[in-house]
Design a protein around this ligand. Structure first.
Ligand SMILES: Cc1cc2nc3c(=O)[nH]c(=O)nc-3n(C[C@H](O)[C@H](O)[C@H](O)COP(=O)(O)OP(=O)(O)OC[C@H]3O[C@@H](n4cnc5c(N)ncnc54)[C@H](O)[C@@H]3O)c2cc1C
Ligand SMILES: NC(=O)c1ccc[n+]([C@@H]2O[C@H](COP(=O)([O-])OP(=O)(O)OC[C@H]3O[C@@H](n4cnc5c(N)ncnc54)[C@H](OP(=O)(O)O)[C@@H]3O)[C@@H](O)[C@H]2O)c1
Length: 452
C-alpha cells in the first residue's frame, strides 16, 4: 500500500486554512506551519510585534456575502462589513469546525524550503528542524513586509515616521500634525482615524488619483452587483459601474483629489465612505506627491510645504517569500509565473495559495485555489502539458498587462468573478485529462523515511 501523500502548508491564514481543509478532504496528510500563536493570518491582530498589519478600526471592505468561504458562511446576523476581530474569530471557527486544529504547528516559522534531488521537499522550521514532504503549499501572505519609498525621498525629517504596518490606533496621533502618504485602503483608514484626534487637518498626499468606492451604493454593499454583472466583458462592466459611481458620489476631483489613473477596475479598489465625509468637512485635506523632507516640514511637488510631526507611509507591502531561493522565485516574486496562479511551472509540487491580487475579496479565491491544489496533490487531476501551461500563463499575462498595466504586478492580477468561476471548470478539465490518461498527474517520488 502506498503511504499517504504528505504536504507542508506554510501559513495558517485564510489561504493556509483553506488549503489544509481541501487537502484533508482529499485524503492528503498535512502539517500547517504558522509562525504566530494562532490561526487567522493578518486578521488575528493581537500578537504584539507580530506580522499582522491589522489596526483597531479595521473592518472588511469587501462585503461579507462576497467574502465568506462557500463552505462556511458568515453568521447571518453579522453586519455587511464586520470588524477584523470578527473575521479573526470566523477563521478560528473555520479551523475548529473542519477539525484543522490538530494539524496546526503554531509558533513554527519556516526558514527554508529546498527541493531534494529526484523530487520531494525538505522544509526546515524553527523550532522543529527539517522534515521531508511530497509537496509544499506556500500560503505565507503578502501583506506583512512594509514597502517604503525606494529610493527614499530626499532630505531629512525631524519628526516621527512610521509605516502603516506599525499603526494600531489613533492615540499615536493625538494633538500631532499628521501626514499620510498613499491612496490605498490603509491610507484612507489611517487618515480618517487620525482626523478625529490630530492637531489641525490631516494631510493626505496622493502622487496620483484613484477611484474611491463607498461601502454602500444605492442602499446595498457596493460589491454586491459584481456577481450579476460579471458575465459582461470588463470594459462594459467598467462603463456601467463608473456611471453608477459618478451618479452616487461624483468624481474624486469633486473632493479635491487628483483624477484617477486609469478606469475603475484597472486599479486596486480603494473602498471607503468615511474619507469622502472627512474631506468634505475639511478634516482631511489633499496634498500632491512628496518632493522632499525638510526638517520639521514636508515639501510637495507643487512647491508648497507644511509643518508635520508624524509621517505615515501607507505605501503598501512587498511580496516576500524568504524561505524560498531565487532558484524558485526568480529575480522578483511579484513576477513569478504560475499556472492558474497556483502551480510552479518548473515543479508543480510547489504550490501557491494566495499569491494574487484580486479585484474583490480574497477568501473565495484562496478557497478555489485550495481545491485546485488538493485535486492535483491528491492525484485526481492532471495538469496540462508544460507548453500548454506556459501558453496559458502568457495569455493571462497579456490580458492583465492590457487591463492593469505593466507596472501594476500584472502577473498577480486576477478578476475575482472570472477566476472563481474558472477554477471549478479547470478542476473538471484536469479530472477529464486524468481519466483519459492525458496530461501530468502528480506522482510523488516515494521517500526513504528520514527522522526530523
Ligand atoms: C489591512 C488589510 C485589510 C484587508 N482587508 C481585506 C478585506 O476587507 N477583504 C479581503 O478579502 N481581503 C482583505 N485583505 C487581504 C488579505 O490579505 C486577505 O483577506 C487574507 O488575509 C489573505 O490570507 P493569506 O492567508 O493569504 O495571508 P495572511 O492573512 O497574511 O496569512 C499568512 C500567514 O502565514 C504566516 N506565515 C508567514 N510566513 C511564515 C513562515 N515563514 N512560517 C510560518 N508561517 C508563516 C503568517 O504568520 C500568517 O498567519 C486585507 C489586507 C490588509 C493588509
Ligand atoms: N479592509 C480594509 O478596509 C483594508 C484596509 C487597508 C488595507 N486593505 C488591503 O490591504 C492591502 C494593502 O493596502 P495598502 O493600502 O496598505 O497598500 P496599497 O494598496 O499597495 O496602496 C499603496 C499606496 O501607496 C502609494 N505609494 C506607493 N509607493 C509610493 C511612494 N513611493 N510615494 C508615494 N505614494 C506611494 C500607492 O500609490 P501609486 O498608485 O501611486 O503607486 C498607493 O496609493 C490591499 O489589498 C488593501 O485592499 C484593506
Amino acid at each position: 500500500m502506498t503511504p499517504p501523500r504528505r504536504v507542508a502548508v506554510i501559513g495558517a491564514g485564510a489561504a493556509g486554512l483553506a488549503a489544509a481543509k481541501a487537502l484533508l478532504d482529499a485524503g492528503v496528510e498535512v502539517a500547517v506551519h504558522e509562525r504566530s500563536g494562532r490561526p487567522g493570518g493578518l486578521w488575528a491582530r493581537d500578537d504584539p510585534g507580530g506580522p499582522s498589519p491589522a489596526y483597531a478600526s479595521l473592518h472588511l471592505n469587501t462585503s461579507k456575502g462576497r467574502t465568506e468561504f462557500a463552505d462556511f458562511p458568515m453568521p447571518r446576523d453579522w453586519p455587511d462589513y464586520p470588524s477584523a476581530d470578527r473575521v479573526a474569530g470566523y477563521l478560528a471557527d473555520y479551523a475548529e469546525k473542519f477539525a484543522l486544529t490538530p494539524f496546526l504547528r503554531l509558533r513554527s516559522t519556516v526558514t527554508s524550503v529546498e527541493r531534494e534531488e529526484g523530487g520531494g521537499w525538505t522544509v526546515t522550521a524553527d523550532p522543529g528542524g527539517a522534515e521531508r514532504y511530497d509537496a509544499v503549499v506556500v500560503a505565507n501572505g503578502h501583506n506583512w513586509d512594509p514597502r517604503l519609498p525606494e529610493p527614499a525621498y530626499p532630505g531629512a525629517f525631524a519628526g516621527e515616521q512610521l509605516h502603516a504596518h506599525a499603526y494600531r490606533d489613533a492615540e499615536a496621533f493625538r494633538d500631532r500634525r499628521v501626514l499620510v502618504v498613499g491612496m490605498g485602503n490603509s491610507a484612507m483608514d489611517i487618515a480618517v482615524d487620525a482626523s478625529y484626534v490630530a492637531r489641525g487637518p490631516v494631510l493626505l498626499s496622493a502622487r496620483q488619483g484613484v477611484h474611491i468606492v463607498p461601502k454602500y451604493l444605492f442602499g446595498r454593499p457596493s460589491d454586491a452587483t459584481g456577481g450579476a454583472l460579471s458575465v459582461l466583458p470588463w470594459r462594459l462592466r467598467q462603463r456601467l459601474a463608473q456611471a453608477m459611481l459618478r451618479l452616487a458620489v461624483g468624481a474624486p476631483q469633486d473632493y479635491g483629489l487628483p483624477a484617477p489613473r486609469g478606469g475603475l477596475f484597472q486599479n486596486h479598489p480603494t473602498i471607503s465612505d468615511t474619507i469622502l465625509h472627512r474631506l468634505t468637512h475639511g478634516e482631511v485635506v489633499v496634498r500632491p506627491g512628496v518632493e522632499r523632507l525638510d526638517g520639521d516640514r514636508v515639501v510637495f511637488t507643487d512647491g508648497s510645504s507644511d509643518p508635520v510631526d508624524v509621517i505615515v507611509w501607507a505605501t503598501g507591502y512587498r511580496v516576500s517569500i524568504p524561505f524560498l531561493s531565487a532558484r524558485w522565485l526568480g529575480a522578483d516574486p511579484e513576477a513569478l509565473p504560475l499556472y492558474k496562479r497556483v502551480f510552479h511551472l518548473e515543479d508543480p509540487s510547489l504550490v501557491f495559495v494566495g499569491l494574487m491580487q484580486s479585484t474583490g475579496a480574497a477568501l473565495p479565491v484562496v478557497e478555489a485555489q485550495a481545491k485546485l491544489a488538493a485535486a492535483y496533490l491528491s492525484g485526481s487531476y492532471a495538469l496540462p502539458e508544460p507548453p500548454e501551461q506556459r501558453r496559458a500563463v502568457a495569455r493571462a499575462l497579456r490580458y492583465a498587462t492590457g487591463r492593469w498595466g505593466r507596472d501594476r504586478r500584472p502577473h498577480m492580477r486576477i478578476d475575482f468573478d472570472a477566476y472563481v468561476a474558472d477554477v471549478p471548470k479547470e478542476i473538471r478539465a484536469g479530472r477529464d485529462r486524468f481519466l483519459r490518461g492525458q496530461g501530468r498527474p502528480f506522482t510523488p517520488t516515494r521517500r526513504k523515511e528520514t527522522s526530523p
